[in-house]
Ligand binder design. Sequence first.
Ligand code: NAD
Length: 445
Amino acid sequence: MEDIVPPSGPMQGTKICVIGAGFVGIVTAAGFARFGHQVVCVDKDQKRLSLLRSGRLPFFEQDLENLVKNGVSSGRLVFESDPAKGVEGKKAVFLTVGTPSSNGGRADLSALHEIISVLSKNMKAGQILVIKSTVPVGTANTIKKFFSQNGNRVDIDVINNPEFLREGGAVHDFFNPHRIVIGGSSQVAIEEISRIYKMGMAKTVPVFTTNNETAEMIKYASNVFLAVKVGFINELARLCDSVGINVLEVARVIGADPRIGKEFLNPGPGWGGSCLPKDLQEFIGLADSLGVSLFIPKAVSQANLYQFEHVFSKVKNLVGDLKGTKIGVLGLTFKANTSDLRESPAMPILMKLLETGAEITAYDPAADSIVDSLLSGVVRVDDPYKTAEDADCILILTEWADFQLLDWGRIRDHMKNKNIVDARNILAPELLKRYGFNYDSVGQN
Ligand code: NAD
């Protein structure tokens, strides 16, 4: 990536603070710096900040390290631990702290409340607070009220600007979004935030402006709909397996109808990740709290748990009694091109295999090292071929492209029994069968 000279003339860069140096925060901060804005990114994790200052990342995300290096070396991206310093003199403050599920399933807003309490003492009238974190409907208005009654007691403009990036393709998505949503009640603030994006975004990117609640709902509605779509294709795959139809052919043709669309019609081991599961639970919780009967989200959540079981059954069907057997696992992250393990389908599936007494050897090219504490009992190896040694079955759980390039003859020769469950449908069934494998996938039989 070559450096971009900040534009001069009428479009001047804006002074921005991004709070939270996680997946969304780093991409946003480095992306805005690349547009030519002056960005301070704040996090309370000192270790994370030291890494970032040296241009390194606390996790793997394609193309992001270069973007951060570029921002740091241009002087337009700096990292800071003190939020008071971070927000000082900034026009817009973007919040990207985590909003995970609480025990009851609703969004846990403790990180958001903690930082809001600090910011209420440090932000001044005229500054704009932008909520990029995914927050329950009504949060922006609660925050606006909090600011007017606490700290500096300022009447602050609060904007919702939900994030739609996909991990594994986050940098691409930042520069090529399908849409930008800016929700708020102040036209001046909406235009200011819109200007920050327009400084670096193609003119063709649609910008939707709404009120705060609508923007908050748009984010949840998007993720719930995606979960429904994947849930549907996974169920269709189970049906296709039973009647001997290839689900991929069905998906290709139904997806050609623009009312359906071809994206998110890839059957697999179930959906996971840091967003879909928790956002679905918050959506269900909101409806329940209002006494609104919603059937689809609950069914989709249940169907996803069933899908994990279904993949486990596929291994069992090929191997038989699993006690004492060796299962080689390829892929642990919830999707390819990320190190993120949050709510990865690999977790429940491997837990179930361990419970039945199977021995697991796993390889993932990027999984965060936290995996060792999450999956004690799983032997991790640094070479995919080692998962095949004496194995009774290979189970593919993440769609890393590298797995397609493996020498399957070599893998076969190391295995005790030639079984493969390709839970991502990334291999060519006929090729694997020619190698002599008992090959199973999701909906291709
Ligand atoms: P994350 O957990 O990766 O990052 C959150 C960061 O905030 C951490 O680095 C944490 O140290 C920091 N933080 C927490 N409290 C802080 C405080 N008081 N002061 C400073 N820093 C603080 O989270 P994420 O995956 O980037 O997600 C952030 C938000 O964006 C969530 O609401 C999520 O739902 C939403 N979102 C995430 C994605 C995604 O793909 N990860 C996509 C769209 C939307």
